[in-house]
Every structure is written in C-alpha cells, then in structure tokens.
Write a protein that binds this ligand. Structure first.
Ligand SMILES: [Fe+2]
Length: 288
C-alpha cells in the first residue's frame, strides 16, 4: 500500500486499478489533485469510497480532468415521478441503452472524438451491483509478436447505431432516448491499436461499437474483433467493482474498456455519469 501526503493508495489484484482512501475529492488542493491525477494515469482506474458528492461537487471535480462531453447524466431506471421504468417494455429505448452497455466498450468511440475519461458516482445501487473494467494496454502487451503484427495498422469503424441495433434499439422520433450518438452520419474509423497521448503506451481499441475492419468482409471482421475481445477481457486484466452508495470511480477511457453488470431492473439504481471530452488531436479521427 502506498501512502502519499494526501491519500492512501491500495492496488487492486489486477494489471490496473487502485482504491484510494483518506481523501475528500470535493476538497483537493491543486497540489493534491496533481498527485491524484498522476496516480490515476498510472493505475487507469481509481475507486474512491465514501464521497457522497453533490451534483455540483461531481461536476466541479470532473472538470478538473478537462472539458466535459457530458456534464452530468443521471443513469437510472426510475421515471421522473419516482416510479420504476417497466423493464420489459419493448418500446423503451432507455432500457435498451442499459442493456447495450452490458457489453464491453469504451465511451464515445462512435463519436468523432472518443471520450477521455469518466467520473461515475453511485447514488442508489442494488446489493452486489457491479461494473467491470478491462485493461486494453495489458491486453495489447499480452499479444504475441505475430498477433501484434496482425493488428498493427488495422482500423475498425465504430457505430452506436450498429451496436444498439444488436439489442433491438432503432432510434425513431418517438424514442425516449435523446438520440446522442445515434445521428453520426459517417462512422469514425479508428486504429485497432491506440497510443495513449499522456503515457505513450499502446492499447487495443475494440469493443461493442466496433463493427467492421477497413479490410476484409464484415463477418470476418466481427469474428476477429470478438476473438480479440474474448482474449483481452480475462484475468488478470479485468476487475469487477462492487458498488456501494457514495463510491466515486474515475476511469481512463483511453486505456480501459468497461461494461455494466446485469441487474434486476425492478430494483432502483441511480448513478451519475460525467464524461470528460477527449482531445481531438489524440482521440479524434483523421479526416480525408
Ligand atoms: Fe459506458
């Protein structure tokens, strides 16, 4: 366990991730935040229990990582009147968004600029509810030289329209999903091997939004992408965080994939999600 003057850091038993204790995220000095940020870059995932941030505190904390793509999204199966959203309603696209996010992905790879990071807070969570994370740097490192050669230089198209169609979500004017990401006319083409703009480390850029390589037919592309995902998302490169109310989790979306765990949607879940924007120079896609 590492102890800095500002907080205590306990590594997870995985290739990434740490739990940070003895810290109050809403009251970090600039120097303490710099140390926290360096720790976050090093581990890729920081889990900070017992924070109970207010909405304003969450937004202010997330802004310290950079400009926000999404200031504060409330991810919940509660309707505005407090009643539960019917989880078996085939017309409910929000339920389909929840279901889609149960597959491995990185946020906003279907947008022209992929997200940098996310700050997630647990407000109300079912007992045992998990989010899983997977380390795509360690996954790239684990490839043998021949496999690395086969992925270096390849790119894949990413589309939320495609990934949501797999769970039956076809966006219409009547949808209760606001359509974010469903209106991207040209699916971005992203290299399968991403270079982290701050650490210089290489990682696999795959996940549920990737649907076709820039060479080969679509079925062969999907088979290769699925094989890479299945090999990548194995111990010791994965971690399942079991949420408690008050937890704050910050992940590096340029390094990790994640997926929501399944949960009984008859039990309330309320989580806050702030999405930090990527740098167009490193998370954007080349235009021709
Ligand atoms: Fe996500």
């Amino acid at each position: 366990m590492a102890v800095s003057p500002d907080f205590e850091v306990e590594r997870l038993p995985a290739t990434f991730g740490a739990v940070v204790r003895d810290v109050k995220l809403s009251a970090l000095s600039d120097d303490a935040f710099d140390a926290f940020y360096a720790c976050w870059l090093d581990h890729g995932l920081l889990i900070v229990p017992d924070q109970f941030l207010t909405e304003a505190e969450q937004i202010a904390f997330a802004q310290r990582f950079g400009p926000l793509e999404i200031e504060l999204g409330v991810l919940t199966n509660l309707l505005p009147d407090g009643s539960l959203r019917p989880c078996d309603d085939e017309a409910d696209d929000m339920v389909k968004v929840f279901r889609g996010n149960m597959a491995w992905h990185q946020d906003s790879t279907y947008m022209p600029v992929q997200a940098k990071a996310a700050v997630f807070s647990a407000v109300t969570v079912p007992d045992g509810y998990v989010t899983e994370f997977a380390d795509m740097e360690a996954a790239y490192d684990a490839l043998d030289p021949g496999e690395r050669r086969s992925v270096d230089g390849l790119s894949a198209y990413h589309s939320l329209v495609r990934s949501q169609a797999k769970v039956g979500h076809v966006q219409t004017a009547a949808s209760n999903y606001d359509g974010y990401g469903m209106d991207v006319a040209e699916p971005p083409l992203r290299p399968l091997v991403k270079c982290h703009p701050e650490t210089g480390r290489k990682s696999l850029s795959i996940g549920r939004h990737a649907f076709a390589l820039d060479e080969g037919d679509e079925a062969a592309s999907e088979a290769m992408l699925n094989r890479l995902r299945d090999v990548a998302c194995r111990a010791p490169r994965t971690w399942a965080h079991i949420w408690s109310p008050g937890d704050v989790v910050i992940w590096d979306n340029r390094r990790l994939m994640h997926r929501a765990g399944p949960w009984d949607m008859t039990i309330p879940r309320v989580m806050w999600h702030s999405r930090i924007a990527g740098d167009p120079a490193s998370e954007g896609v080349a235009t021709v």
